[in-house]
Design a protein around this ligand. Structure first.
Ligand SMILES: NC(=O)c1ccc[n+]([C@@H]2O[C@H](COP(=O)([O-])OP(=O)(O)OC[C@H]3O[C@@H](n4cnc5c(N)ncnc54)[C@H](OP(=O)(O)O)[C@@H]3O)[C@@H](O)[C@H]2O)c1
Length: 270
């Protein structure tokens, strides 16, 4: 039996890993991934075969205003985990993001394509990737996560549908809505892949506007209530890459995001 250990286990993805894989999950109060001594004693206590690092500073906008804090969690944390994992012979699966790419492409980014983040969040995540790869770990890039549980874009759209007649949603950025469950179901394959970069996103791509319209459709509501806006209509936000569709050349394919979204909306019984 593989012993899985999850850091950042209180977050959106971490909770799903714990629930689906029967992993030992350590929330931030139990393990701060930036503390070398805390990481080493957690590894001593739990003797993991595979460590899944879900701990991160994930707020793209506040990463711009708190650059040092974001770097600590997203770059130093993975370095500490990667070095400790290499020492004890555990496989580290470090979760990363489509935001390491510049977003200026017009066809999907493959695992080996050059990176070029456009915001501080992306830069800190890329630094974390480099530290993990230097220690022989596995970087698992995913994107636009949603789940039936907790705060995320899909649960927010369901809530907004109840509260508002019209909704304005950005329609000029393209990525891949991805169900946390589909990512978790491919983590064993990622661990088997070994050192390097893998991409785990649902098949297909969308704008946030298209995704929100699909939520409305699945709820049996009029999708025209979701109106397209441009990123320039939200000037206070940190810059985001325009196109971050990821090609998966290394692992079995994940289902289409529309199929995943249907399963989530139906599971909520709304
Ligand atoms: N959500 C997305 O759409 C998305 C897209 C692409 C990639 N990703 C990547 O997927 C991974 C998981 O994201 P998520 O959506 O599950 O994020 P999340 O819900 O924000 O969870 C991150 C967790 O990390 C914890 N954490 C922060 N600093 C920590 C530290 N120093 N030590 C230990 N834990 C710490 C947070 O705890 P507190 O809440 O107590 O701070 C939180 O529980 C991240 O690497 C993220 O970059 C996410």
């Amino acid at each position: 039996m593989t012993r899985w250990l999850v850091t950042g286990a209180g977050g959106l993805l971490g909770r799903e890993v714990v629930a689906r894989l029967g992993a030992v999950g350590l929330v931030r109060a139990e393990l701060d991934v930036t503390s070398d001594s805390a990481v080493r004693s957690a590894f001593d206590a739990h003797r993991p075969d595979v460590v899944v690092n879900c701990a991160a500073w994930t707020n793209v906008d506040t990463a711009e205003t708190h650059p040092a804090e974001a770097s600590l969690v997203n770059a130093e944390g993975p370095r500490v985990l990667a070095s400790a994992s290499a020492e004890v012979g555990a496989r580290l699966l470090h979760i990363s993001t489509d935001y390491v790419f510049a977003g200026s492409a017009d066809s999907p980014y493959s695992e080996a394509d050059p990176t070029g983040p456009v915001n501080h969040y992306g830069r800190t995540k890329l630094a974390g990737e480099h530290a993990v790869l230097a220690h022989g770990g596995t970087v698992v890039r995913t994107a636009w996560l949603f789940s039936a549980d907790g705060a995320n874009f899909v649960t927010a759209m369901i809530q907004q549908e109840r509260e508002r007649e019209y909704l304005d949603v950005v329609a000029d950025k393209r990525g891949q809505p991805t169900w946390t469950r589909d990512v978790v179901d491919h983590l064993s394959a990622a661990a088997d892949y070994g050192p390097g970069v893998v991409h785990l996103t649902n098949a297909g791509d969308a704008t946030r506007h298209e995704q929100a319209q699909e939520v409305f459709r699945l709820l049996g509501k009029d999708p025209e209530r979701v109106r397209p806006i441009s990123s320039s209509d939200t000037p206070d936000r940190a810059p985001r890459p325009t196109y971050t569709v990821l090609a998966n050349h290394r692992l079995p394919p994940l289902p289409h995001w529309r199929e995943a979204l249907r399963a989530v909306v139906y599971s909520l019984g709304v």
